[in-house]
Design a binder for this molecule. Structure first.
Ligand code: PNS
Length: 164
């Protein structure tokens, strides 16, 4: 039987750091679901449709589209896991900054469903400081950080950030 896992997030936009986690996850799991959460706490720059298309384009250009499902959900992550019979949540971990936030989420999810495990994968050191909001800030202020965005979506991502 296939080993499946869920990689949830906001992906606003998908960065090379996220892509790195997806590729590393595929060394462990047969199939990954990249799950876009409609996070009510966060206002996104890119629409849901734009983010789904961006992720799909990147997967195709990396030739991993057959191993990765892209989906979205509105509600509790543990409910999506239960409905789709998946009990592993993957999260990327950067040194220091992520720990408290990730610890809280993993504990909340465990409390909600004891059958679900969260596993953390260390991001490549090139992306230790990388997060979507930093990318948006730097591009908006005229900095060049284009090597942190997957090439297949780079132009459209930069264009939209600059116009907003
Ligand atoms: O990329 P992000 O924004 O850090 O991802 C956070 C995300 C979407 C994984 C988290 O907010 C989430 O799981 N939201 C769904 C609602 C939920 O299940 N909340 C309880 C667990 S914290």
């Amino acid at each position: 039987m296939d080993k499946n896992a869920i990689y949830p997030g906001t992906f606003d936009p998908l960065t090379n750091g996220h892509l790195d986690i997806i590729k590393r996850s595929l060394k462990i799991f047969d199939k990954i679901t990249v799950l876009l959460a409609l996070n009510t706490q966060k206002k996104t720059l890119f629409t849901l449709e734009e983010r789904i298309n961006q992720i799909k384009n990147v997967l195709i250009s990396e030739n991993i589209q057959d191993k990765v499902i892209v989906d979205c959900f509105d509600g509790l992550l543990v409910n999506y896991c239960r409905e789709n019979d998946i009990n592993i949540i993957i999260r990327g971990l950067r040194p220091l900054v992520d720990f408290e936030y990730e610890f809280e989420m993993a504990m909340a999810n465990r409390e909600l469903n004891h059958n679900i495990e969260t596993i953390f994968i260390l991001t490549d050191q090139n992306y230790f400081y990388l997060r979507s909001s930093l990318i948006k800030d730097v591009i908006k202020l005229g900095g060049d950080i284009s090597n942190k965005i997957p090439p297949s979506i780079k132009d459209e991502v930069i264009k939209k950030i600059k116009t907003f």
